[in-house]
Design a protein around this ligand. Structure first.
Ligand code: NAD
Length: 416
C-alpha cells in the first residue's frame, strides 16, 4: 500500500477489483465497501503528573456475516479512523481465507505508548474497554493485540470486561497470558505459520529439501520463529536482519545462537562468522525462501526485478507493493500473501477462543498440529485456484475470501 494513499480508499479499490474479477453482485459489493459499525470514543485519562488527557479510540467492525468480529487493537500516534477501517476490512478477508468462523474488525487508540508509563497505559486500556464494552463480547467481537499492544494489555481488557459483566470472561480477547487462559503455542504461531506455508510451496515447486536456503528480514517475533522452524526442518538459514542492518553467512546460521547474540548486543549485526549486509542486499540474495517479516513496502517496483528468491512468504503485513507483485509474478516467484502466510496468529487466537469457550486446554503440540492443518488446507485452496486461473496467490486468496463472505451475506439475506 502506498503511504501517500488513504488506506481505506486502497482497501476499497482492492475489493472493487476482486469484485470485477468474480462478477460479484453489485448489491453485495455496496455492503462490503462499508464497515457495519464504527465506534469513536474520547477517553479521559489521569496522567501521572495529575493532568487529564483525552485520547481518541476507535473500534471498527467491518463484517460479521461468517461469525463474530475479530481483530487487533493498536496503540500508535498515527492511528486514524481510515487506517482502522482499512485494517478491519483486511481482517474480514484474512479470517475468511483461513475459513475461521469470524468476521473482521480492528481497533486503535491515537497515543504514543513509548512516552507513557505502565500506569497510564493501564488506565487508558481500562477506560477504552469501558467505553466499548457494549460492542465487544465472546460472541460479538473479540479483540487481540496489534502494534504496541501485548498480552498485558489483553489481560487488562479481560479483567475490566469481566469486572463489568460480573463474571470471568476469558473469551472476550485473545493472546492473553497463559496464566489467564491464553493458549499454548501463541508466541510462535505466526512465524510457524509463515514457514509451514513456505514448506508447502517448497513441495509444490518440487525442490530438494536438503538444499533450501532461507533469508529473513527482521528478527522479531515473526521472523525469529520462522527462522527457528526453518532450521528445525533442516533448511539453512543464511541471512537475517533488523532495523540496524543484516548479516549473511552462506554456510548457515544457528537461529537460537543468533537470538542470544541479538539479546546481548541489541542487534543481529556483527554476528561472528557472518558478513554484515544491508537490508536492501538481504532482499536480493539468491535464496530459496525469503521472509519479509519486519515492515511494509520493502519490495517495490524499484527492487522487484533484482529479487532472486523462489518463494516469498510474507511475515509482515503489506511488504510487497501491487506494482512489485506484477513483476514477481512475471518472474515466476511464488508469493504467499500476508493474509495467508501470517494468519497463524489469528488462527491460534481462534484456537485460544475455542479453548476459552469450552474451558478445556490443549497442549502446545495439539495447538500447533491443529494450526498446521489449517495453514496447509488454506494454502492448498489458494494455490489450487491460482493455478486454475493462472493468477498470483494474492489474487487467489482475495477471490476465495471475498467469495466466502459474499456467499454468507447472500445466504443470510438482508433483514428485514
Ligand atoms: P517485532 O516488533 O517483534 O519485530 C520487528 C522486527 O523488525 C525487529 O527485529 C525490528 O528490528 C525489525 N525492523 C524494524 N524496522 C526495520 C527496518 N526498517 N528494516 C528491517 N528490519 C526492521 O514485530 P513482529 O511481531 O515480529 O511483527 C513483524 C511484522 O509482522 C509486522 O508487520 C506485524 O504487523 C506482522 N504480523 C505480526 C503478527 C504477530 O503475531 N506477531 C501477526 C501478523 C502479522
Amino acid at each position: 500500500m502506498s503511504k501517500t494513499l488513504n488506506p481505506f480508499e486502497m482497501a476499497v479499490m482492492q475489493l472493487t477489483s476482486v469484485a470485477k474479477f468474480i462478477d460479484l453482485d453489485p448489491n453485495i459489493l455496496e455492503i462490503l465497501k462499508k464497515p457495519k459499525r464504527e465506534i469513536i470514543v474520547h477517553l479521559p485519562v489521569k496522567m501521572d503528573d495529575g493532568t487529564i488527557k483525552v485520547f481518541t479510540g476507535y473500534r471498527v467492525q467491518h463484517n460479521d456475516a461468517r461469525g463474530p468480529f475479530k481483530g487487533g487493537i493498536r496503540y500508535h500516534p498515527n492511528v486514524t479512523l481510515d487506517e482502522v477501517r482499512a485494517l478491519a476490512m483486511w481482517m474480514t478477508w484474512k479470517t475468511a481465507v483461513m475459513n475461521l468462523p469470524y468476521g473482521g474488525a480492528k481497533g486503535g487508540i491515537t497515543c504514543n505508548p513509548s512516552e507513557m508509563s505502565e500506569g497510564e497505559l493501564e488506565r487508558l486500556t481500562r477506560r477504552y474497554t469501558y467505553a466499548i464494552k457494549e460492542f465487544i463480547h465472546p460472541y460479538i467481537d473479540i479483540p487481540a493485540p496489534d502494534v504496541y499492544t501485548n498480552e498485558q494489555v489483553m489481560a487488562w481488557i479481560m479483567d475490566t470486561y469481566s469486572a463489568l459483566s460480573g463474571r470471568n470472561e476469558p473469551g472476550v480477547v485473545t493472546a492473553k497470558p497463559i496464566e489467564l487462559q491464553g493458549s499454548q503455542g501463541r508466541t510462535e504461531a505466526t512465524g510457524f505459520g509463515v514457514m509451514v506455508t513456505a514448506r508447502e510451496a517448497v513441495k509444490k515447486l518440487g525442490l530438494n529439501n536438503n538444499e533450501i536456503t532461507v533469508a529473513v528480514q527482521g528478527y522479531g517475533n515473526v521472523s525469529y520463529w520462522a527462522a527457528h522452524y526453518a532450521y528445525k526442518w533442516g533448511y539453512k538459514l543464511v541471512a537475517a536482519s533488523d532495523s540496524k542492518g543484516g548479516i549473511y553467512n552462506p554456510n548457515g546460521i544457528n537461529p537460537i545462537k543468533l537470538l542470544e547474540h541479538k539479546r546481548k548486543t541489541g542487534s543481529v549485526i556483527n554476528y561472528p562468522g557472518a558478513k554484515n549486509i544491508s537490508n536492501e542486499e538481504l532482499l536480493e540474495l539468491d535464496v530459496t525462501i525469503l521472509v519479509p517479516g519486519a515492515i511494509e513496502e520493502v519490495i517495490t517496483e524499484k527492487n522487484a526485478d533484482n529479487i532472486k528468491t523462489k518463494i516469498i512468504s510474507e511475515g509482515a503485513n503489506g511488504p510487497t507493493t501491487p506494482k512489485a507483485d506484477k513483476i514477481l509474478f512475471e518472474k515466476n516467484i511464488l508469493v504467499i500473501p500476508d493474509i495467508l502466510a501470517n494468519a497463524g496468529g489469528v488462527t491460534t487466537s481462534y484456537l485460544e477462543w475455542v479453548q476459552n469457550l469450552m474451558r478445556y486446554y490443549w497442549t502446545k503440540e495439539e495447538v500447533l498440529s491443529k494450526l498446521e492443518n489449517r495453514m496447509v488446507e488454506a494454502f492448498e485452496n489458494v494455490y489450487k485456484l491460482s493455478k486454475e486461473r493462472n493468477i498470483d496467490m494474492r489474487s487467489a486468496a482475495y477471490i476465495i475470501a471475498v467469495s466466502r463472505v459474499a456467499k454468507a451475506i447472500k445466504l443470510r439475506g438482508i433483514w428485514p
